[in-house]
Design a protein around this ligand. Structure first.
Ligand code: ADP
Ligand code: MG
Length: 159
């Protein structure tokens, strides 16, 4: 783990959503979050916690087949992307990331696949399976700037 990572250890989907909810008030338009982790690790669950916390009142589902969904919350707009199926750079450009960043917070499941297209200041949230079926480690790392902004977030469910 790098020296700028924060870590939470959750043992239920509700706890993972709670970590996301703690992050929500720290976010601002232009932020890009990369969610990385195996299938079923909780990337969509994390996004659901985020969405609820910024006042989105519709259900947030996995956007795997639509690539990108927009949710206008009372506090903030969330752009929810899943780039698992993106084939090439051209398709990545089609996402119009700069446009999305202008209007909200952009959350990208499997975003590590398009790192080259992302701004340097993005936050990576890596979800890792733990020992029990419902155990997950959440590693939040966006370098030194994010380290300060994340103060108190992972501690909601500390390891
Ligand atoms: P992904 O988007 O990473 O493929 P999902 O969020 O769609 O994963 O699914 C995560 C699944 O794991 C859900 O069925 C959720 O209920 C379950 N789950 C169990 N424990 C946890 C946990 N601690 N954090 C997140 N999800 C959990
Ligand atoms: Mg998903």
């Amino acid at each position: 783990m790098s020296g700028t990572a924060r870590c939470a250890c959750t043992s239920s989907v509700e706890q993972t959503r709670a970590v996301a909810a703690a992050l929500a008030p720290r976010l601002r338009v232009g932020d890009v979050l990369v969610l990385t982790g195996d299938l079923g690790a909780g990337k969509t669950a994390f996004t659901q916690g985020l969405a609820a916390a910024v006042g989105v009142d519709e259900p947030v589902t996995s956007p795997t087949f639509t690539i990108a969904s927009r949710y206008d919350g009372a506090e903030l707009t969330l752009h929810h992307l899943d780039v698992y199926r993106l084939d090439d750079v051209a398709e990545t450009l089609d996402l119009d990331l700069p446009d999305l960043m202008d209007s909200g917070v952009t959350v990208i499941e499997w975003g590590e696949q398009i790192l080259d297209a992302l701004p340097a200041g993005h936050l990576v949230i890596r979800l890792v399976y733990g020992e029990g079926d419902d155990d997950r480690e959440l590693h939040l790392d966006g370098g030194a700037d994010w380290f300060d902004r994340l103060d108190g977030v992972a501690e909601v469910v500390s390891c």
